[in-house]
Design a protein around this ligand. Structure first.
Ligand code: UDP
Length: 227
């Protein structure tokens, strides 16, 4: 079973949930488990900073209000059961699948969709499958794709300014009042970040691959975004 890295609580108002970020860490569809001390605080604060930046640039997100270091009020959405992954540089499963060395800069950013289904291991799914299974409408798919690429451009530019290369990331989107909005964290758990000068990994790959210095790089990322 996949341990939950965040807990979601209902509130008295059905329009809002509270997300509580924990220090629990999992990888490889829950096969690897551990704790990254302080991670919940970093992910909560960093995600909220990123959502604010995106909102200022015309992307609607689930962010409502940060309550404390670990807890945030978010809009209740109907999650589209897809993990949307954008890649600027080859890494992880992309490198493995296509035999491309990690670190190879892609000629174009790419997008891929995975069906959110733990039992099936989140299989990759294409646009036609999504339409065939009724997971999203054609219009929603177009919106999700355009929004995700725009998010990529905004994040890439933001991280470049703080000396970080955005290699790839995963987001989830949700529906609220007929609109598609960003309904996910943006953190070292869900993005690959490499230091622009040294290519040092500043993300969850340090946990996945037992590279050491895990806690330190989470703190380093929070320091860079709060400077
Ligand atoms: N990712 C994620 N959750 C997942 C799978 C992937 O947040 O369940 C993120 C991961 O951190 C990376 C990007 O999506 O930034 C692409 O991951 P990839 O497909 O290469 O899979 P991985 O190598 O992480 O298994």
């Amino acid at each position: 079973m996949k341990e939950k890295q965040k807990k979601v609580y209902r509130t008295e108002d059905p329009k809002y949930y509270i997300v509580s970020y924990k220090d629990d860490a999992t990888a490889f569809n829950g096969e690897k488990k551990g704790t990254i001390v302080g991670k919940g605080v970093v992910n909560n604060r960093m995600s909220n900073i990123m959502c604010k930046m995106l909102e200022e640039n015309g992307i609607e997100t689930h962010l409502v209000e940060e309550l404390n270091d670990r807890d945030t009020v978010v809009k209740a959405v109907e999650i589209v059961p897809l993990e949307v992954i954008v890649r600027n540089v080859a890494a992880g499963s992309f490198s493995k699948r296509f035999g491309i060395e990690e670190g190879t800069v892609l000629k174009n950013p790419t997008i891929e969709f995975c069906l959110k289904d733990d039992a099936l291991g989140d299989p990759m799914i294409n646009d036609y499958h999504i339409l065939a299974l009724g997971i999203a409408t054609e219009e929603e798919l177009k919106t999700m794709t355009e929004m995700t690429f725009k998010i990529n451009e905004l994040l890439k530019a933001y991280f470049e300014k703080i000396g970080v290369k955005l290699i790839d990331f995963k987001i989830e989107l949700g529906r609220v009042d007929g609109k598609i909005i960003l309904a996910d964290e943006i953190s070292p758990d869900t993005c690959r970040f490499w230091d622009a000068e040294t290519n040092k990994k500043l993300d969850k790959d340090r946990f996945r691959r037992d590279l050491g210095g895990v806690e330190e790089v989470y703190q380093e990322m929070l320091k860079r975004v709060t400077k």
